[in-house]
Design a protein around this ligand. Structure first.
Ligand code: UDP
Ligand code: MG
Length: 319
């Protein structure tokens, strides 16, 4: 096998503080892997600007001018981390043999790339980076993130535990992934669906080198909703089962009411009535909300809107 051409795909959103620190680290890594003969010398660092409002694009353009191994693309507006990663992967898929996607904040251990490439050379098409510990994350981030994986599993969405978007994907898998046309993106769940031989490697997650997290609770919740709705219809089934239980209970209630009325023991039961009405209408609203979430997703899918729009490039893709 020829030495593979690697593209490191890095989404960046308002990362002017951390990019000048981490971009040289990624380039050093490319140099080291190429020197060891594991990847080809024309491997690239592909920085995807996700519509940043700060100086991120200027930094990327500067880096691209200074080093031909660094290239950048820019999304026409902020579309979110998943879309930025997908834009980068699709940009790279025809030019490379393998991609490694990684966050630009230095939290994911760059040195784990050596083992990822080794696994690829050993025959794996997908290598998931899995966090061995979360000591560096705050208590809140750690518990919410772990609760998120457990909840996803309970809702029938199969995901690799503790795997974020740090992974190696071969161009062969990327070409198949390109056939997954959904707008509701949850890459962590989609890549396992493509199949092919895969494995995981562990790495310790460190702290952000600079800047603040771009994933507030709001974005995490929306990612969780996307994850569940894109991978599973279990919530709809749970509603169904719950509806059956409630229907059964009301049937029993009707019989009980009839017997009570016939035996002349009916009294003004305002409190019990109110409780039942409140409870059942609450349950109905939640169920409607869940169904609405799916209908909203169906609506978005039927529009077939593009998942990303690239407004600028520092390179000519057809070179
Ligand atoms: N990111 C992005 N678009 C967004 C939000 C985040 O491209 O709308 C990128 C961000 O620049 C970083 C990665 O996604 O490279 C992960 O974000 P962050 O480190 O802020 O998330 P956390 O590690 O705190 O979950
Ligand atoms: Mg981070």
């Amino acid at each position: 096998m020829n030495t593979p051409r690697l593209y490191i795909v890095v989404p960046c959103y308002n990362e002017q503080e951390v990019l000048p620190i981490t971009a040289p680290m990624f380039l050093d890594k490319l140099g080291q892997l190429a020197a060891e003969g594991k990847i080809s010398a024309d491997s690239r660092l592909l920085l995807v600007d996700d519509g940043s409002r700060d100086g991120t694009w200027d930094i990327i353009s500067g880096l691209a001018e200074a080093d031909e191994r660094c290239i950048g693309i820019r999304q026409s507006r902020n579309r979110g981390h998943q879309n930025a990663v997908l834009a980068g992967l699709m940009e790279a898929k025809d030019s490379c043999d393998i991609t490694i996607s990684i966050d630009c904040d230095g939290q994911d251990d760059i040195n784990a790339m050596d083992r990822m490439v080794d696994e690829y050379l050993g025959g794996c098409e997908v290598v998931y980076g899995v966090r061995s510990e979360r000591k560096s994350d705050s208590f809140f981030k750690r518990t919410t993130a772990q609760g998120f994986y457990k909840f996803l599993a309970a809702m029938g969405a199969e995901v690799v535990y503790n795997h974020a978007d740090y992974r190696l994907i071969s161009s062969r898998v990327l070409r198949e992934l390109a056939g997954f046309k959904e707008v509701n993106l949850y890459l962590r769940g989609m890549v396992p669906l493509v199949g092919f031989k895969s494995t995981s490697i562990e790495y310790a997650r460190a702290e952000r080198l600079a800047g603040d997290s771009k994933y507030p609770l709001r974005k995490m919740l929306s990612l969780a909703a996307d994850g569940i709705t894109s991978l599973s219809v279990k919530p709809l089934r749970l509603i169904m089962s719950f509806g059956i239980v409630v229907a059964f209970l009301s049937f029993v209630g009707v019989i009980w009411a009839l017997i009570a009325a016939l035996s002349g023991r009916t009294v003004a039961g305002w409190a019990s009535m109110t409780c039942i009405i409140c409870f059942v209408s609450g349950v109905q609203l939640i169920c409607l909300g869940i169904i609405g979430e799916y209908i909203g997703k169906i609506y978005m899918e039927t529009k077939h809107r593009p998942r990303y729009i690239i407004s600028e490039r520092t390179w000519d893709k057809n070179d």
